[in-house]
Write a protein that binds this ligand. Structure first.
Ligand code: GLU
Length: 326
């Protein structure tokens, strides 16, 4: 009789009666499917990294991790939705440099606080960025590219992963430092921008390397310059921005896992360990490193500090180059 009575009680009252704490509750995590939200369209680097990690992370946690794209506004639409999701570990998101640093730095109307509305969990990887052109563009290397755009201010346009994205900001910075003018065309992510660059609808793209590299290797796009600590093994002839005298543009992007603020500490720990374990698999590592990316796999505190530092860098970039969204 007593047992039946216990069954009739809600989980919360049973926990209260038996003195089981919230942390014991988290031990049950995860007991349903986890959503990993991507704040950009399919086909971009955010989507690629999410899909590389979702499967092994699901295995490590013992639950499926499904990727959901929520594109728009250079990562802002997805990040806003993530900030408003329940902080229970069942909605995680990919934190990108665009949604966490670049956009918050340039957009005075940003609808979330990048430093306080999220719980950074782990930075997965730093990825190079690249300027690439359609093969019909009359340049095969950086020197020819610079000469062509200098000669023709306003003639060419470039595609980015969205307004306020790293691609937008870095390209504006590039224009500012090189004294050139190229028209900005924002997309809902690098995926659709790449489609148009490969098809020749736009002559130039600024992208993160993992998504652009397959097209570069197939010669459907020509790489002009890369933002990375050194040249990328897969394209040894392509100079870094530092080499061409543009060190401020030589910044990488990052892709990590984040959650809404207020997520229990033990859930953070489980997700962080799950990602770390996934990144120990040589096949997973190879898929990330083959794109010229560097695996980071740091602590929540280190990732939070990186986001803050990158946000400060972009605020300075916006200030010194007087960049605005208009
Ligand atoms: N450029 C974006 C970023 O690094 C990601 C682009 C995309 O995944 O479409 O934040």
């Amino acid at each position: 009789m007593q047992r039946r009575y216990l069954f009739a009680l809600s989980t919360a009252s049973v926990l209260a009666l038996t003195g089981v704490s919230g942390s014991a509750l988290a031990q049950a995590y995860p007991n349903k499917v986890i959503k990993l939200q991507v704040p950009f369209a399919p086909g971009g680097t955010t989507d690629i990294i999410a899909r590389v990690i979702a499967d092994p992370l699901g295995k490590a946690l013992g639950q499926s991790v499904i990727v959901e794209n929520k594109a728009g506004g250079g990562g802002v639409v997805g990040a806003l939705e993530l900030s408003r999701a329940a902080p229970d570990g069942y909605t995680l998101g990919v934190a990108t440099v665009s949604s966490t640093a670049a956009n918050p730095a340039i957009n005075p109307k940003i609808p979330y606080n990048t430093l306080t509305d999220f719980t950074p969990i782990i930075n997965i990887a730093a990825t190079p960025n690249v300027i690439a052109v359609n093969p019909s563009f009359p340049a095969r290397n950086y020197k020819e590219f610079l000469a062509e755009i200098k000669k023709n201010p306003g003639k060419y346009s470039f595609g980015s992963s969205g307004t306020g994205s790293i691609a937008h900001l870095q390209m504006e910075l590039y224009k500012n430092l090189s004294g050139t003018f190229i028209t900005h065309i924002p997309y809902r992510g690098s995926g659709p921008a790449l489609n148009d660059a490969v098809a020749g609808q736009i002559p130039i793209i600024f992208d993160n390397l993992p998504s652009a590299l397959p097209f570069i290797l197939q010669k459907r796009l020509i790489a002009i310059a890369v933002a990375a600590p050194q040249r990328v093994a897969a394209m040894p002839d392509v100079p870094t921005f530092k080499e061409v005298g543009l060190e401020p543009v030589n910044r990488m992007a990052y892709y990590g896992i984040t959650a809404p603020k207020g997520i229990p500490a033990d859930v953070v720990e489980k997700v962080s360990l799950g990602v770390k374990k996934s990144l120990e698999d040589p096949a997973v590592r190879r898929r990330i490193e083959d794109t010229g990316s560097i695996i980071i796999a740091n602590t929540p505190e280190q990732f939070a500090a990186q986001i803050k530092a990158e946000y400060e860098v972009y605020k300075k970039v916006v200030e010194s180059a007087k960049l605005t969204l208009e």
